[in-house]
Design a protein. Structure first.
Length: 350
């Protein structure tokens, strides 16, 4: 006879779909001739407009990958031109926007991304409607009833209505993730690389309600206090191992995935971590680094949903991030999954 937990797991596997909740942003990516000193002038040599933010990027990437299930979006936008850009982008990709609320008193969140080829990008951000997102405005139960399986929330530390800790020691994010779990959804979480001094405390209260955590090495350091890069910027792999163990100990239930440009560590309770290394990308092929981490995350969610082996999922996620580097916006470099499967087989036979 099957246990109650086995029955619940079986019911989850019969569901098909991923809902992405959190940030929906319009990105205006300006490619500059150089980065000017204060008071000087630089030319904008190219400009692209795209939809960005954790939830928007991940759900759009999943659509680009040809995800074989339902895709839904949940969050807030403004009643403005940028809000229409978000809705049009998602609807054109076949994504259900029924969970996307329009707030008349807020502007749609937007970012001016300053990109100098070969250098890190710089962001100028207005939170707008994203700042108004609370756990009361998103209903995971609706998506569970519609047959979705995975509930992604991103980015924590860029959703002030969810990040703050209340008098009960809980955050809106922790309550939202708990509601998703109670509805039968598997919860997946991503952070943004905020420098908030309360980073560890704010994300920490959500970890016990997180099934899978998918973050980069900088976010792992800020969440755990473990140094992961030395003074020269080189990765400290022993530090990543410690950080992963601490995330599991803090309550992450099924998997903590820490990715960096060089490597990925996948931690599972009671098992040795799985380590996969990326293939170096020719700097001349990098158009923009915007969205590479979200492409990695989208591929991980795809693999989780399809029950792929961890090694295969990580190889494909590395390939997704590498392909994203060739696009100007956060999502336009992500190809169909068939392309990533071929890329991954070249890097790591799977």
């Amino acid at each position: 006879m099957r246990t109650g937990e086995e029955i619940r797991d079986s019911e989850k596997q019969s569901r098909r779909g991923i809902v992405c909740a959190g940030n929906f942003i319009v990105d205006r990516v300006h490619t500059l001739s150089y980065w000017p000193e204060q008071g000087n002038l630089a030319h904008i040599v190219h400009q692209d407009v795209g939809v960005g933010g954790g939830a928007a990027n991940v759900v759009a990437d999943l659509a680009s990958l040809g995800f074989p299930g339902k895709l839904g979006a949940a969050g807030c936008i403004g009643a403005d031109i940028d809000g229409e850009i978000v809705k049009t982008r998602l609807v054109d990709a076949g994504i259900d926007i029924g969970g996307l609320q329009v707030l008349s008193g807020r502007a749609t969140a937007h970012t001016h991304v300053m990109n100098v080829p070969g250098q890190n990008r710089t962001f100028f951000y207005h939170g707008g409607a994203n700042d108004a997102v609370t756990d009361a405005l998103i209903s995971p139960a609706i998506f569970a009833e519609a047959g979705y399986r995975l509930f992604y929330l991103g980015y924590l530390m860029l959703l002030p209505g969810l990040d703050g800790i209340d008098a009960d020691g809980r955050s809106g994010a922790s309550r939202l993730l708990e509601a998703a779990r109670n509805a039968g959804l598997t919860t997946c979480v991503d952070f943004v690389s905020s420098e908030d001094p309360e980073f560890a405390a704010k994300v920490g209260v959500s970890l016990p309600y997180c099934d899978f955590l998918i973050i980069n090495e900088i976010e792992a350091e800020r969440a755990t206090g473990v140094t992961v890069r030395d003074a020269n910027g080189d990765l400290i792999e022993a530090g990543l191992l410690t950080a992963g163990e601490r995330l599991l100990a803090a309550g992450v239930a099924k998997g903590a995935i820490i990715h960096a440009p060089e490597i990925c560590f996948w931690f599972t309770p009671g098992a040795a971590p799985v380590v996969t290394r990326s293939r170096p990308v020719d700097p001349t092929e990098i158009v923009s680094t915007v969205g590479a981490g979200d492409a990695f995350c989208a591929a991980v969610l795809y693999g989780l949903h399809e029950n792929w082996p961890v090694e295969r999922t990580c190889a494909i996620a590395h390939a997704a991030a590498a392909r994203c580097l060739g696009g100007a916006t956060a999502t336009d470099g992500v190809p169909d999954m068939s392309v990533l499967l071929a890329d991954a087989n070249e890097m790591h036979p799977v």
